[in-house]
Write a protein that binds this ligand. Structure first.
Ligand SMILES: Nc1nc2c(c(=O)[nH]1)N[C@H]1C(S)=C(S)[C@@H](COP(=O)(O)OP(=O)(O)OC[C@H]3O[C@@H](n4cnc5c(N)ncnc54)[C@H](O)[C@@H]3O)O[C@H]1N2
Ligand code: MOO
Length: 651
């Protein structure tokens, strides 16, 4: 096929691998993509008023009637001729005879108001012929049969809304491009407009690719993960004016995938895939795209982090995109690069960006050569907003989903210095500043203690940065509490050694540490700690899983091993859960973790020592209502019972 100058070829590389040839800057890639797609007509469709919410009007709409459609009374009272009561006063009331008619809402008046007459009229009733004002019932008195006394004069037009005074027939009501919200829908309804032409929602086909993907609701088989991108991309399409059509996840089978992509694209305005765009041998989608239509691939590889492997193509006028497989990369590139195109196709204005200034508490390293977008959580310190990287990497869903926004590190910089005042682009225009900020080591027990706060309507932000990171944040005054479990090796005590001025210790709970193994393993089942470790060390086929340097658990393990380095020692995951997962999935035979985690994973457990999980409280923040609520919750019988039930021992 012929390629345009802007679409780089992808020659084979290595064993079935392909290379991105040209990495474009984010701006260049977006500009090339947009200029291949726009200008283009925006197709429209007729939509009923009840389905118009969020749509963009395709045409200008002028009012087809006057609103109100007739001169209308604003009050309950009497329709009169103002000249008749020009001299009326408290002292000398004017008497008017009633016509005998009552004008309700929705009744067209039959009688004319001649001099000296009045007619009973309801709020919203049409003014009868001859009348030019309305007098409130409170300003009148009955005067025998069929007559009233009026005790004050009225200006012409008093308490009358004239026809067309709200909306005049022929007036421009709403311009093309207006996004219809409830207020606009109200104006259309007032004019009796039941349907209108709006920009048709672009139909966007969504396909996930990868042999490992399982749809939510199905059972997870070994080595599989749930398809996150299918759901998130579909939802984000709907959030930005598109109509998602999710086709499911497809294995890396070129023939089947091509068939599915062709069918999906034929019935859609845009096709979005995720996964399989990087350098793996199974990455076939971009080869298929090159066969789907002209001009084909416009950018494959963008100097963007997250999102380097993003692939942008236009196939016979339709955008075709491969988002990176990592969920945070997929979400970020979708929002950054695809949303502008989707909104334009949907006739919607660009999304409004809300920026806030926030201080970066830590040095953030960055890869030179790619514009890096760092997802951040915002907390409020005395000095203003602080932006904490939510970074668990592009492969994590929470990096994006739990962030408040993102900041940008220039492609030429290799880091952002600590203390930088950065511009943070918010994901939502409303910034929620949490009532309580907890930064440190996370524990599932914490969720139990926070439950009553949530019920009381208090919002909490918990950032898991480890015990030492939490202490540092507390010392900088960025949090209320730092959950810590730090063993002082020399004294064998927990946490107290690590407190400095301005911090006080609030006892939390104890977590039993112990050896985990698969039930029925004779090397461990029914043994004491000493015998179990001896059995493990005696069997060369027995594989352990360790913990990272710096973890309290690691100190316990090194003591147990007394200098031994069994197979698996260098496998050093950073969490209690990872240890349990390694043992449960037979990647290791034993390790050390806490009892609640072992029990939740259905593993055998030999108790070893109790770890103290406590809170370093920032003293100057102690009187804050949310901190007080936390302290009360921590001591409550309810929380203590919940902690015990989950396998913790409240202090
Ligand atoms: N040797 C290299 N390896 C990688 C590079 C590189 O330049 N050289 N780039 C890395 C970057 S950056 C990214 S981002 C990822 C993206 O790779 P792919 O787009 O090819 O994605 P996959 O390999 O298919 O999957 C990556 C990862 O994401 C998971 N995934 C995929 N789809 C979904 C989904 N729908 N829902 C949930 N999770 C999904 C998948 O299981 C993998 O874990 O590549 C790096 N590698
Ligand atoms: O570009 Mo990847 O998206 O760094 O994670």
């Amino acid at each position: 096929m012929t390629r345009s100058a802007s679409s780089p070829p992808h020659p084979p590389h290595g064993a079935g691998q392909e290379q991105f040839l040209t990495i474009l800057s984010r701006e260049e890639a977006l500009a090339r993509f947009q200029s291949a797609l726009f200008p283009r007509p925006i197709p429209s469709e007729e939509r009923s008023l009840s389905e118009a919410l969020g749509a963009a009007l395709a045409d200008d709409i002028a009012a087809i009637i006057d609103v109100p459609p007739f001169d209308r009374s604003n009050v309950d009272g009497f329709a009169v001729r103002s000249a008749d009561i020009a001299a009326a006063s408290q002292a000398v009331p004017t008497q008017l005879r009633l016509t005998g008619e009552t004008i309700h809402c929705g009744t067209a008046p039959a009688r004319t108001i001649e001099a000296g007459l009045a007619t009973v009229i309801a709020t919203g009733g049409p003014l009868p012929r001859g009348a030019d004002a309305v007098v409130m019932v409170e300003h009148t008195q009955p005067a025998g049969d069929g007559a009233i006394e009026v005790r004050r004069s009225a200006a012409p037009g008093q308490l009358v809304s004239y026809a067309g005074s709200d909306i005049a027939r022929g007036e421009m009501l709403l311009r093309a491009g207006t996004v219809l919200g409830s207020r606009e829908i109200g104006m259309l309804a007032a004019c009796g407009i039941a349907s209108m032409n709006v920009a048709r929602k672009p139909r966007v086909a969504v396909l996930s690719t990868g042999d490992e993907l399982v749809q939510p609701g199905e059972a997870l088989r070994p080595a599989a993960v749930y398809d996150t991108n299918g759901a998130i991309v579909s939802a984000a399409i709907a959030e930005n004016g598109g109509e998602p059509v999710f086709h499911g996840a497809f294995a890396d089978d070129e023939a089947r995938l091509e068939k599915a992509m062709r069918a999906a694209l034929a019935a859609a305005d845009m096709l979005i895939l995720s996964g399989g765009t990087s350098k793996g041998a199974g990455d076939v989608s971009h080869r298929i795209i090159a066969r789907l239509g002209e001009p084909g691939i416009i950018a494959h590889g963008v100097a963007l982090k997250p999102g380097k492997p993003l692939c942008l193509a236009v196939c016979d006028g339709k955008p075709v995109i491969i988002l990176p497989g990592f969920p945070t990369s997929a979400m970020f590139t979708f929002h950054d690069m695809i949303v502008p195109v989707l909104r334009r196709m949907a006739g919607l204005p660009p999304r409004t960006e809300t920026l806030v200034k926030a201080r970066v508490p830590l040095r953030i390293p960055s890869e030179r050569g790619r514009a890096e977008f760092v997802m951040v959580s915002l907390v409020e310190a005395e000095s203003g907003l602080i932006a904490y990287p939510t970074g668990k990497g592009s492969g994590a869903i929470t990096s994006f989903a739990q962030a408040d926004g993102f900041l940008r590190i220039d492609a030429l910089a290799d880091h952002l210095p600590a203390g930088t005042q950065a511009d943070v682009t918010l994901f939502s225009p409303h910034l929620r500043v949490p009532d309580l900020v907890i930064i440190g080591s996370h524990c599932t027990g914490l969720d139990l203690v926070l439950e009553p706060l949530a019920r009381a309507g208090l919002t909490t932000r918990t950032l898991a940065v480890g015990s030492l990171g939490g202490l540092a944040a507390a010392k900088r005054g960025e949090s209320d509490l730092a959950p810590i479990h730090l063993l002082d090796e020399a004294s064998g005590t927990y946490n107290t050694h690590y407190l400095t001025d301005g911090l006080e210790l609030v006892p939390g709970w104890r977590r039993m540490q112990g050896i985990v193994f698969r039930r029925g393993d004779a090397r461990f089942e029914g043994k004491s700690i000493e015998d179990a470790v001896a059995a493990a060390l005696a069997d060369p086929a027995c594989l352990m899983v360790n913990r990272n340097q710096g973890a309290g658990t690691r100190i316990l393990i090194d003591r147990l091993l007394a200098g031994a380095r069994p197979d698996g020692y260098w496998n050093q995951p950073r969490s209690h859960n990872a240890v349990a997962a390694a043992v449960a999935q037979k990647r290791a035979d034993w390790g050390v973790t806490i009892a609640p985690v072992a029990h939740a994973a259905g593993l055998g457990f030999i108790p070893l020592a109790e770890e103290h999980y406590d809170f370093a409280l920032v003293s100057v923040r102690k009187d804050r209502p949310a901190v007080q609520a936390f302290l009360r919750a921590l001591q409550s019988a309810e929380s203590r019972a919940a902690l015990e039930k989950a396998g913790f021992r409240p202090a």
